[in-house]
Design a binder for this molecule. Structure first.
Ligand SMILES: Nc1ncnc2c1ncn2[C@@H]1O[C@H](COP(=O)(O)OP(=O)(O)OP(=O)(O)O)[C@@H](O)[C@H]1O
Length: 361
């Protein structure tokens, strides 16, 4: 458990944070300049907080009142930056082994073979960083962090320098680290897709304040208006079938069946799917002859005007969905609390790479 209760001042920027996080992957999410990297650096010990305490598993890392401060290399933290920052003159094997330098021999439980295997980099061990792709470099950086037997892993926008394909290839590695290595991960991102796919919990930062902490669905609901975040709904479901012929993954949610683009998620896996508000069509009767596969049935439980739009809350078998329609549509459909409605959204409008997959134990 990591407990942070600090105030930190740097120039004209003040950061105030007071929260605790445990196992799983915690995303620090917020706009540029909100203090995400500062917070990570405070945890890493690269920056000393002006006031307050940082405590990890009963070990005080930093205490402004007493001046007690554990230096970064004694915190046993793995740190992965935006660009790998590998040593160019060392091979991949040597870069990985470099991670072990502050770990006492008796405490080295991580083996090079296991880490290389986990990240699929065994065939790269004799290569030097200059001959690696961006994604491979990031995998080696992840491996080096793991080789330090970290008690906590910090990742500062580790995927932001990668293109879409490389990103998609490395996301499963991060999932495996989250689920198999079992150490808490603090992860900085402003990508909603990464939050949707990876986050166990989210801490929202805004102008140096941690404004919300919780599961992504709770936090992003609070954040959506005005935070530059695409508002949307998280639907929880279980994968029930894979149709190779139709190129579709089927899942069952409390709101009804979901049709997703074909993914590699195993049948039986619990998933969380992000459905952007802008992708949902509200209908009072089911239209005939249209291609839209996802058709949830629900009842309007609330309407809220927002500019020229009306945000419609719909209860679909216990899953609450928010949809956005124009004031004109809300009027012409006669939407009111209690109205039965159908919510339609296309399979192709759901980003399959942003689906959170719960670890199967
Ligand atoms: N060493 C420093 N001295 C003074 N101000 C700083 C220093 N480092 C960062 N800042 C300021 O602190 C604020 C928070 O910066 P930080 O890098 O933590 O934000 P961030 O949320 O990580 O942003 P981004 O997403 O752009 O990386 C910014 O206003 C930044 O200009």
């Amino acid at each position: 458990m990591l407990t942070i209760d600090i105030e930190h001042n740097q120039g004209s920027f003040d950061l105030v944070a007071d929260f605790s996080v445990g196992q799983g992957l915690t995303v620090f999410f917020g706009p540029s300049g909100s203090g995400k990297t500062t917070l990570i650096n405070l945890v890493a010990g690269l920056v000393r907080p002006t006031k307050g305490r940082i405590v990890f598993n009963d070990q005080v890392w930093s205490d402004g009142a007493t001046g007690h401060f554990v230096p970064p290399h004694r915190r046993r933290i793995g740190y992965v930056f935006q660009e790998g920052r590998l040593f160019p003159h060392l091979t991949v094997r040597q870069n990985l082994l470099y991670g072990t330098r502050f770990v006492p021999a008796a405490e080295r439980t991580e083996s090079l073979d296991r880490v290389a295997d986990l990240l699929g980099i065994s065939r790269l061990l004799t290569r030097r960083p200059s001959g690696l792709s961006g994604g491979e470099k990031q995998r080696v950086a992840l491996g080096r962090a793991l080789m330090s037997n970290p008690r906590l892993l910090l990742m500062d926008e580790p995927l932001s320098a990668l293109d879409v394909e490389l990103k998609a290839a490395i996301l499963p590695d991060i999932e495996r680290i989250r689920d198999e290595v079992g150490i808490p991960i603090l992860y900085v991102s402003h990508s909603l897709e990464e939050v949707a796919r990876l986050a166990t919990r989210v801490i929202a930062l805004f102008r140096g304040r941690a404004t919300a902490i919780g599961a992504p669905d709770e936090v992003l609901d609070i954040l959506a208006p005005g935070a530059g975040v695409q508002p949307g709904n998280f639907l929880h479901a279980t994968v029930t079938d894979q149709s190779a012929e139709d190129g579709i993954t089927l899942a069952e949610s409390a709101a009804g069946p979901l049709f997703l683009r074909k993914t590699d998620v195993a049948v039986g896996t619990r998933i969380r799917v992000f459905v952007p508000v802008s992708e949902i069509v509200v209908a009072t009767s089911l239209p005939e002859g249209i291609s839209t596969l996802n058709r949830l049935h629900g009842v309007v439980i609330g309407l809220r005007e927002e500019g020229n739009s009306v945000m419609v809350s719909v209860d679909c078998g216990g899953e609450q969905m928010i949809c956005e329609v124009t004031r004109r549509s809300a009027k012409s459909l006669g939407l009111a609390t209690g109205s039965p409605v159908h919510l339609l959204f296309k399979t192709v409008s759901l980003a399959s790479e942003a689906i959170f997959r719960q670890a199967v134990r």
